[in-house]
Design a protein around this ligand. Structure first.
Ligand SMILES: Cc1ncc(COP(=O)(O)O)c(C=O)c1O
Length: 457
């Protein structure tokens, strides 16, 4: 009998996060102030973030202890299961063994609480009373709303307007936990008002919502801090509980992955799952192939430029070196809201540029085809973001079949798709289209990149 689930007892919940800064094969590029273009100081960052998180961002310690109050909340759903996709393997008739780590068992249905809980904790520790944030599809906002509720913080969420209207259930989840949700662009911030003045019908973007949430915190006179659900080093680090548990679970299964796959929007579930395996590649002689998957319609890693750019549309957030489509990027309306960011986490970008990670772009229709095949074999309806990883896992399993090789493939399934039913229906009715982001638009957006002083790059 083939074992389907590999479950860790609560006592095996990781005690420390893995910080890849300690093992990075390339030195980190400096983070620059958006106005002065000089390296930022902790003082500048402390307007937005508590010191506990800033210190983690710059730490070179390999292991950072997870505070007990954070572990106590993690225990509500962690450790999460690792599955062997036996029925999918059978349907593909592949000699490959396919494993997936499932983060959709968290109360809000995704990996996002792994960092939301930690961020709420460190803010509460430093006496912060309220947070601001943005959310695209609503996954991140739901996670932070739950975490703020646990640590008694108020939360203000700037939700991209198109999602606010398309996904009322996500808004209601946030409100149920006690958060206040605004459709961005709003008339509450100077930047939101300027966007509306230029286009009253703007349906918003993640970059605009980030600018609004940053402005709301930065102009609060210290009353509010800002929280980000991806991209930053400490966010990816908090997510490494995923990969650390997976390492132990692969050991239970008696196998080690030849290929590790994650979808990447800002890079947090990918980094969280893959970095502990990359740690083994960098320090333990393992040779796992690691693949980050993005949509062909938002191809920051495969078509963007690796350079310095602002983290947000209004050019108020710090400038970082990353793969970017340009901070003025307006995403096409694809149904994977969580993958529509213009940039990529600096550490993921650096590892792609250095050849430690392969980046791959997949198209929307092929992604939904994989999602439906997964739902019909494994039973879980995946979030469209997650389905990007499934697409590549299936492609690799089919390649193993062609090559006649028994490869071990492991991918992360960061969330279920229960609030994405309109997307699945649109796919079923033949209303979705493929869209390749044009290289000319990337070139045009590069004209708006910040000019950084020579020597920074
Ligand atoms: C289910 C799901 N997967 C993946 C992502 C992409 O984010 P990240 O790249 O930070 O993991 C999101 C973002 O909202 C998401 O909701």
């Amino acid at each position: 009998m083939t074992q389907h689930k590999f479950l860790l007892d609560e006592s095996r919940l990781p005690k420390a996060w893995y910080n890849i800064n300690a093992d990075m094969p390339v030195p980190p590029a400096p983070v620059l102030h958006p106005a002065t273009k000089q390296p930022v100081t902790p003082d500048f960052l402390s307007v937005l973030f508590p010191m506990g998180l800033i210190m983690q961002e710059v730490s070179a310690e390999r292991w950072i202890e997870i505070p007990e109050p954070v572990r106590e909340v993690y225990r509500l759903w962690r450790p999460t299961p690792l599955f062997r996709a036996v029925r999918l393997e059978r349907a593909l008739d592949t000699p490959a063994h396919i494993y997936y780590k499932y983060e959709g068992v968290s109360p809000v249905g995704s990996h996002k609480p792994n960092t939301a809980v930690a961020q709420a904790f460190y803010n509460q520790q430093e006496g912060v009373r309220a947070l601001t944030t943005e959310t695209g599809a609503g996954q991140w906002g739901s996670a932070l709303a739950m975490a703020c509720n646990f640590f008694r913080l108020d939360l203000e969420v700037y939700m991209v307007k198109v999602s606010y209207h398309q996904k009322p259930y996500r808004r209601i989840i946030m409100e149920t936990y006690g958060a206040t949700v605004y459709a961005s662009p709003t008339d509450r911030t100077q930047y939101g008002r300027s966007v509306l003045a230029a286009d009253q019908t703007s349906s918003g973007s993640l970059g605009i919502a980030i600018s609004e949430a940053v402005e709301a915190a930065a102009t609060s006179g210290g009353a509010k801090k800002y929280s980000l659900g991806s991209v930053l080093g400490f966010v990816l680090m908090h997510q490494t509980v995923i990969g650390l548990e997976s390492l132990a679970q692969m050991e239970m299964a008696g196998e080690y992955p030849d290929i590790v796959i994650g979808c990447a929007g800002g890079g947090s579930n990918f980094g969280g799952f893959a970095y502990p395996f990359i740690h083994k590649n960098l320090t333990d002689g393992k040779r796992t192939k690691v693949i980050a998957v993005e949509p062909a319609s938002c191809p920051s890693m495969t078509k963007g430029k690796y350079t310095f750019d602002y983290g947000d549309t209004a050019a108020m957030a710090p400038i970082v070196k990353m793969h970017t489509l340009g901070h003025t990027f307006m995403p096409p309306g694809i149904h994977a809201g969580g993958l529509r960011y213009h940039g990529m986490a600096p550490s993921v970008s650096a590892l792609v540029a250095n050849g430690n990670i392969e980046a791959r772009a997949v198209k929307q229709l092929a992604t939904f085809e994989a999602a439906v095949q997964f739902a019909r074999t494994e039973g879980i309806i995946p979030a469209p973001e997650s389905a990007h990883a499934i697409r590549v896992a299936i492609d690799e399993a089919l390649r193993a079949k062609r090559d006649g090789e028994r490869r071990v493939i492991a991918f992360n399934l960061p969330g279920h798709g229960h609030f994405d039913m309109t997307a699945f229906e649109a796919y079923r009715l033949g209303m979705l289209e493929d869209y390749d982001y044009p290289a000319e638009r990337v070139e045009r957006a590069m004209q708006d990149l910040p000019e950084v002083p020579a020597g920074m790059a």
